[in-house]
Design a binder for this molecule. Structure first.
Ligand code: HEM
Length: 535
């Protein structure tokens, strides 16, 4: 019996070995270098990603998981690496990246294909979110939601965010008085929760002023807290690497109880809005407007190149969504706009505060620019145009985003594709990556890339490099839909912070930022600790 068991075991290992390694070497043979794959986990970066969660091997966060592939082949345009037996292609060249992200986007419409269980409504809702949707369904929802973030709509939201900026100053007052060290991320999550609850759903979440806010508690459960957790990361890596097994074991990405809470809140808000026929010009109203207004006519496009590059060529009508599923689509996407904006924006605000604490010269110059604008306007409630006309603020925020990117660009090839100058075909189904974190730390585009230097974004230096080398919000039709909203709330938070407080180092202030391997959303490994003093 034991003999047969051993035989079965050896047979299974042999089978796995042959299956997993059968594509190793196939790229090398056609002139595309491979990043040293080894049975069973593949290339070294995947070994680190998969085993790093237990901290027994070198640690790596998913966001940086392709950096070393990029760095190891400085003279190549394309490199292959293997996740187990699945090859993935890394694009190392700006012109090829533009083809994938923009020009030949039709071949690269989707993101990584994660299959989620659809057993509960919350799980089904996750599969309908813009970040997850594919093909025509994604195009239809993206087309519908894009007009929600035009500059005209954001101008309307600015007074609301300014008012919450005043609450942020109040929220921070006790910390300024005591001079104690605190985690900037936590305060910024409270601020963004209030901003998105108010601008999104017309809800006064009181995350800043009421420590017992139910809305805030659910946000905390959803995001897994400021540092993430080992269990959270294990779940995430399983969903990524062992998707069928994760489905079998019913492993979930998000806390279902909290997700249900938000689904309920959004449903109730929509129902009340329809019944009372009142308007608040928040996200819910704008989504409902966008749905009513759905037509084949081209949607208005903003002037900036980022938005022009994001246009979807074929205007897929919203009617392609089945009627009976429409409501869940709306709820899911109202939710993802809330959630995608919350973690990202609050992290950037917190990381920016730390950079200002560790670079007092930058802080001083930025404070002068902000104070001048406030003196000139006569109030801290700066209007939309004025906020975006502060050049040094823009440079500081962009440099923060360059240093601490929150996502890697991935596209799944949906139609066979041939890169110009290469003889092989990228088959439908293969994952193609544009490793934004590595590109934004490449000295070719940003000299002395590890130094925090807002001058990287002055007009002269911007003109010297490809505009596509700054990838903090992605590029092309699948770029970040909320970029303008994000920049608005981040800038308002920094304006309020500097107008009222000096940001100081504290014993735990961290000079070197690295995303924690325990945090799927890439939170800084040593936190974002600072002190503040009243100006
Ligand atoms: C500083 C804050 C933010 C950063 C750094 C950020 C970054 C990103 C990045 C890198 C992507 C992927 C782009 C690509 O693959 O080309 C993305 C996608 C996305 N972002 Fe953001 N984001 C931020 C804030 C926001 C906000 C405020 C919202 C919503 C209000 C939002 C909603 C989304 C959505 C829905 C997607 C998926 C778009 C799609 O698949 O069509 N993000 N974001």
């Amino acid at each position: 019996m034991l003999f047969y068991l051993i035989l079965l075991f050896v047979g299974a290992i042999l089978y796995l070995y042959v299956e997993i390694t059968k594509k190793y070497g196939t790229f090398k043979a056609i002139g595309v270098p491979e990043y040293n794959p080894k049975f069973p986990l593949g290339s070294p970066n995947h070994w680190k990603l998969a085993t790093g969660i237990t901290e027994i091997y070198k640690r790596l966060n998913f966001i940086n998981s392709v950096d070393e592939v990029y760095d190891a082949f400085p003279n190549e345009k394309l490199v292959a690496h293997f996740q187990g037996g699945s090859p993935q292609l890394v694009v190392r060249d700006m012109e090829l990246a533009k083809l994938v992200l923009i020009k030949d986007f039709d071949h690269f419409v989707d993101r990584r294909g994660l299959e989620l269980t659809e057993e509960t409504e919350a799980q089904k809702a996750m599969g309908l979110m813009l970040t997850m949707l594919k093909g025509d369904q994604w195009k239809a929802i993206r087309n519908t939601l894009s007009p929600v973030f035009t500059s005209g709509k954001l101008k309307g939201m600015t007074p609301i965010i300014n008012k919450l900026g005043q609450d942020l100053v109040k929220h921070l007052e006790p910390l300024a008085r005591s001079g104690e060290e605190f985690e900037a991320k936590q305060s910024m999550v409270n601020f963004t929760t209030d901003v998105i609850a108010e601008c999104g759903f017309g809800i006064n979440a009181q995350a800043m002023l009421n420590p017992d806010s139910v809305f805030k508690q659910n946000v905390m459960k959803l995001s897994g807290g400021p540092k993430g957790s080992i269990m959270g990361m294990i779940r995430f890596v399983m969903i990524l690497f062992l998707n069928p097994l994760a489905r079998m074991l019913k492993i979930k990405i998000m806390n279902e109880e909290s997700l249900n809470y938000f689904i309920k809140v959004i449903r109730q808000t929509m129902a009340t809005r329809k019944e009372s026929k009142t308007r608040r010009n928040d996200l819910i109203d704008l989504i409902l407007d966008a749905l009513k207004d759905d037509s084949q006519d081209p949607k208005p496009v903003e002037d900036a190149q980022f938005e022009k590059d994001a246009q979807i060529e074929v205007n897929t009508p919203f009617q392609s969504i089945p009627e009976e599923e429409l409501e869940l689509y709306i709820v899911s996407n109202a939710f993802i706009l809330f959630f995608a904006g919350l973690e990202t924006s609050s992290t950037i605000m917190a990381v920016c505060s730390v950079f200002l604490a560790t670079h007092p010269d930058v802080q001083e110059r930025l404070h002068l620019e902000i104070q001048d604008a406030i003196d000139d306007h006569g109030s801290q409630d700066l209007p939309y145009e004025r906020i975006h006309s502060l050049p040094y603020l823009d440079m500081v925020v962009n440099e923060t985003l360059r240093h601490f990117p929150l996502a890697i660009m991935e596209r799944q090839c949906v139609k066979d594709y041939k890169f110009p100058g290469y003889d092989f075909v990228v088959p439908a189904g293969m994952l193609v990556q544009v490793p934004s974190p590595a590109i934004m730390k490449d000295a070719k585009y940003f000299p002395d890339p590890l130094r925090f230097n807002p001058e990287n974004f002055n007009e002269e230096n911007k003109a010297k490099r490809s505009p596509y080398a700054f990838l903090a919000f992605g590029q092309g039709p699948r770029n970040c839909i909320g970029m303008r909203f994000a920049l608005l709330q981040v800038k308002i938070a920094i304006i309020r912070l500097l107008a009222n407080y000096e940001i100081l180092r504290s014993p735990k202030t961290n000079d070197q930022f690295r995303p924690s391997p325990k945090s799927p959303s890439g939170q800084p490994i040593n936190g974002t600790f600072i002190r503040i003093a009243k100006r």
